[in-house]
Structure formats: C-alpha cells, structure tokens
Design a protein around this ligand. Structure first.
Ligand code: 8YV
Length: 332
C-alpha cells in the first residue's frame, strides 16, 4: 500500500511495542505511548481523520463522539465487556465494534476464585495485620474466616467466566453451586458444571460466597443494592469481578460496616479509579484495581485479538470477534 492511501488509526492507550509495529504495517498509526487517559474532547480531537481505533474500557465511544468523528468505521475494544461503547449508536452509523471474548475466560475465573478465597479467608486483612506489627501472639480466633470448600457458591451471571468459576467450585472444592442468569443453561451443561438454577432471591439467600460475573447494562445497574444485601446471610461474602455500577457501593459499605454481610472482594467500582471513601475505611473488604484479566499472556492475547479485529475491519477481511457483525462489510 502506498503511504498516502493508508488509513489512519488511533491506539488510544499504551500497548506492547510490537503491536504498534504490526499496525504500522497497515496503517498510519497515532499512538499514546505516554498512556494518558484522554478526556472525551481530547479523544475526539485525536480521532479526527481516523478510520479506526484501538480502545480500552477507559475510552467512551458514544453518539457525541461518533458525530464528531464521521470517518470512524471501527472501534476495537481490548476487553470482553463493552459497556464503554454505545453499541446502538455505533450500529446505526455503520461503525464496527469488537471485543475480546474467550481468551480471558480462564484467567479471569482464576482471579475471581482467588479473590473470593482471599475474602473468605481474610488474606489481605491478615497481611495488613502482620505488616502493621500487630502479630504478637497466636490466639484461637485470630483472623478466623469462613470455609470455601463445601460452602455454597452462588454465581450471578452464568456466561463463560461464570461457568469457569462454577467448574472450579464444584470440581475443585466440592461446593454446591447455585446460579441465576437471564437465561437458564441447558440441563446437560448444568450437570457438567454441577450448577443448579435458582431465582435471584434464592441465590441471595442461599449463597455462602456470591460472585458477580454479569455484564453491566441499564438492567444490571445496582443489581446488588441495600434490598439485595439484606437478603444475604450475615456470614456471606460478596465478590465483584464484573463491573462497577452493578453493586451500589454506598449500600455495600453500609452493609459491611454493620456486618450485615461478612466481607466483600471488589475488583471493580462505581466511578473507578475513584473509590467510595467509605470502602477504604473498612477492614472486611479486599480492594483491587481492576486486574481480573491481568496476566501477561492474557493481556497479550487480548491486544492481539483487538488488533486482528482492527486490521480485518479496515482491510476488507473478516474480524474474528465482532459485537455488531451486521454492519459488515464496512462503508468505504
Ligand atoms: C479489561 C475487563 O482489562 O475484559 C474486560 O471486560 O474488564 C478487563 O479485562 C479492562 O476492561 C480494560 O479494557
């Protein structure tokens, strides 16, 4: 391709260096090696003249941006969740959206299970206790938590990651698994996972350890608020590896402070990276900075798929993981 005719793409956040080199084989690339999180006006300014962009969960693609960037034809998200993108607005304008499913499923399930275990067994609290020099003697109830093996594992959202967590619980830790989801799995898959479908209230009432793995949408906003937390056992833990906004963080902080549930493990927050200040004051919550998919191998696979989508979309190929394939083939 001659340089003059090559499409322009924006890589909105820092990525592995070899990825930029690969993209430069096809496109004029504007990168963000300083890894700034651009406010939307800056993102719009940088996107002028771009046919495609590589984005992460930090970049919001909405109707305002699309109207200000009429040449944009593909927005390739390095995440399986795409609630940062107004899908209907993209589809209406013929803009392809892609995500990165499958490659992060097992990695994120490992993390969800680890966070649930850390929460139940007070791992982070114990480390803080030790580092603070408070470990002066053994005592019978020091940092006593709750068992994971044999306890009832509840899963809200039974997609790929929910299923991978169910498998870990049922097969690895002999946990009875209950789940709630928009649609019920077929009976053979339920048997294979060792998971039983229940209504949402029964899930809340029956779980010893409840893990949230559902996508964020208007429908799932505050799916766990004060009323839902009130149904949970006082001994239960809650783990959120899905998205901020699914849990009402203020209501959760109150429930944790009043010990209406025992503990929580949170990797995602409303308004992240800002945290509700009340959460930071509580001993019985494990707080992590949205690292569910963060292994080097998985992050490389995620970037790779996002870039495969971008290249295919803008060179007339078949993007491997489009979210709105109905817009294909893209307008010239
Ligand atoms: C991403 C995620 O790291 O895939 C997702 O949906 O939440 C994480 O794996 C994050 O969204 C950055 O794009």
């Amino acid at each position: 391709m001659s340089t003059a005719r090559r499409p322009r793409v924006l890589v909105a956040r820092a990525v592995f260096a070899e990825v930029l080199a690969r993209l430069r084989g096809y496109f004029e690339v504007e990168a963000n090696e300083a890894d700034e999180v651009w406010p939307q006006p800056e993102l719009i300014r940088r996107l002028q003249g771009c046919a495609g962009c590589f984005i992460t969960g930090s970049e919001r693609i909405d109707a305002t941006l699309l109207d200000a960037c009429p040449e944009l034809r593909a927005a390739c998200n390095m995440a399986v969740g795409y609630n940062n993108v107004d899908l209907a607005a993209c589809t209406a304008r013929g803009v392809l959206v892609s995500n990165t499913p499958d490659v992060l499923t097992e990695t994120t399930a490992d993390f969800g299970f680890a966070l649930m275990m850390a929460t139940a067994r007070r791992i982070a609290e114990g480390e803080r206790f030790l580092r603070a020099g408070r470990w002066t003697k053994w005592s019978y109830d020091m940092l006593a938590g709750s068992d994971v093996h044999g306890a009832t594992l509840g899963i809200l959202g039974m997609g790929r990651i929910g299923q991978a967590i169910a498998r870990r619980g049922a097969l690895g830790f002999r946990m009875p698994v209950i789940y709630h989801n928009r649609s019920r799995l077929d009976a053979a898959l339920e048997r294979q996972l060792g998971a039983r479908y229940v209504g949402k209230d029964e899930l809340l009432r029956g779980s010893d350890h409840l893990v949230l793995v559902l996508p964020y949408s208007a429908e799932s906003h505050h799916a766990i608020g004060a009323a839902e937390l009130a149904l949970m056992k006082p001994s239960a833990t809650l783990t959120n590896i899905a998205r901020g906004g699914i849990v009402d963080d203020a209501a959760l902080a109150t429930a944790l402070r009043e010990r209406r549930i025992a503990a929580a493990g949170l990797d995602v927050f409303e308004n992240e990276p800002q945290l509700h200040p009340a959460l930071l004051e509580l001993p019985n919550v494990v707080l992590l900075p949205h690292i569910g998919s963060a292994t080097e191998a998985t992050r490389r696979r995620m970037v790779g798929i996002a870039v495969d989508n971008l290249i295919a979309a803008l060179t007339g190929g078949t993007p491997p993981t489009p979210v709105n394939p109905q817009v294909l083939p893209l307008r010239p």
